[in-house]
Design a protein around this ligand. Structure first.
Ligand code: DGL
Length: 273
C-alpha cells in the first residue's frame, strides 16, 4: 500500500509542465510534488516515439527513487507517445494530459467541430482525435501543429505582436472551418491563452488540459483514498525541482509561471537512470 503522504511525481520535457504543476498546486494544495524538467533534451515535440519513450522511462525511474505515489506525465508529446507503454511498467497510478483534455472537449462542443493545437509529435500521433472519437464518434477533430509557439513562449513573448501574427497564421484554417472548441494541446499554450482566445473569438471554448489533468488527478487520489492528509509545514520541502541541465535558467522561467519563489532546482544526470 502506497503512503498517502508521499509526493506526486510530475515530469515534462522542460519548463512547460509547470503549467500543469501550477494547477495541481491550486487544486490540491496539501500535496507534495517532485517535478522533473528534461531541460537537456528538450524539445520532445519533434522527436520519435522511441526516443521519447526512452527519455520518459529514465525520468519515471528517477521519480521512483523519490517513492512517489503517482506520476503525472505533464507533457502532451510524452503522453501521446510513451504513456501507454510506461503505465504497464509501474505499479503506481500514472496519468497523462491528453485523456482529460479530450474528455472535456468532447463534452463541451455543440456543433461537433473540435480543433486541437500542439507540437508536430502530438498532432501527427493523432491521439487527441482517437480519444475524442472514442467518447463521441460523431465529432470532427482537426489537428494543427504550431511549432513556433513553444519558442515564442520560452522567449517570453506571451503578449507580443509577433506572437499575434504567427497565431493568426496558424489558427485561420481552424476559424475557417468553424470549430467551436479548441484544445490547447501543448504545455506552453495556456500561457498564450489570451492571444489564442482573442483570435478565435468568444464563440470558441478553449480547453486547457493542464487544468483538466489536475482535476482528474484529484479525483483519482480521492477515489484511491490517497489524498495527502498532512498539512504542509514550513521546512517540509513541499515542492522539489530537478532538471537535466541549466538549473538557473529553469529557475528564472519557473518563477515567472509559479508564484512560489522557487529557490533551487537541482541538476540530475538523467542518463544514469
Ligand atoms: N512539453 C511539450 C508538449 O506539451 C512541448 C515542448 C516540447 O516540444 O518538448 O508537447
Amino acid at each position: 500500500m502506497m503512503d498517502r503522504n508521499a509526493s506526486i511525481g510530475v515530469f515534462d520535457s522542460g519548463v512547460g509542465g509547470l503549467t500543469v504543476m501550477k494547477e495541481i498546486m491550486h487544486q490540491i494544495p496539501n500535496e507534495k510534488i517532485v517535478y522533473f524538467g528534461d531541460t537537456a533534451r528538450v524539445p520532445y515535440g519533434d522527436k520519435s516515439k522511441e526516443t521519447i519513450t526512452k527519455f520518459s522511462r529514465q525520468i519515471v525511474r528517477f521519480l521512483q527513487t523519490h517513492d512517489v505515489k503517482a506520476i503525472v506525465v505533464a507533457c502532451n508529446t510524452a503522453s501521446a507517445y510513451a504513456l501507454d507503454e510506461l503505465e504497464k511498467e509501474v505499479d503506481i497510478p500514472m496519468i497523462g494530459v491528453i485523456k482529460p483534455g479530450a474528455k472535456v472537449a468532447s463534452e463541451v462542443t455543440v456543433n461537433g467541430k473540435i480543433g486541437v493545437i500542439g507540437t508536430e509529435g502530438t498532432i501527427s500521433s493523432s491521439i487527441y482525435p482517437r480519444y475524442i472519437k472514442e467518447i463521441n464518434k460523431d465529432v470532427t477533430v482537426i489537428g494543427k501543429a504550431c511549432p513556433l509557439f513553444v519558442p515564442l513562449v520560452e522567449e517570453g513573448l506571451w503578449r507580443d505582436p509577433v506572437t499575434d501574427e504567427i497565431a493568426k497564421r496558424y489558427l485561420t484554417e481552424l476559424i475557417d472551418i468553424d470549430i467551436d472548441t479548441l484544445v490547447l494541446g501543448c504545455t506552453h499554450y495556456p500561457l498564450i491563452r489570451e492571444t489564442v482566445g482573442k483570435i478565435m473569438g468568444d464563440g470558441v471554448n478553449l480547453v486547457n488540459p493542464a487544468y483538466e489533468t489536475a482535476r482528474e488527478l484529484k479525483e483519482l487520489l480521492i477515489r484511491e483514498d490517497m489524498l495527502r492528509t498532512q498539512e504542509p509545514k514550513l521546512g517540509d520541502n513541499q515542492y522539489q525541482f530537478y532538471v537535466s541541465d541549466s538549473a538557473e535558467k529553469f529557475k528564472r522561467f519557473a518563477n515567472s509561471i509559479i508564484k512560489y519563489g522557487i529557490l533551487s532546482a537541482k541538476m540530475v544526470n538523467i542518463e544514469e537512470y
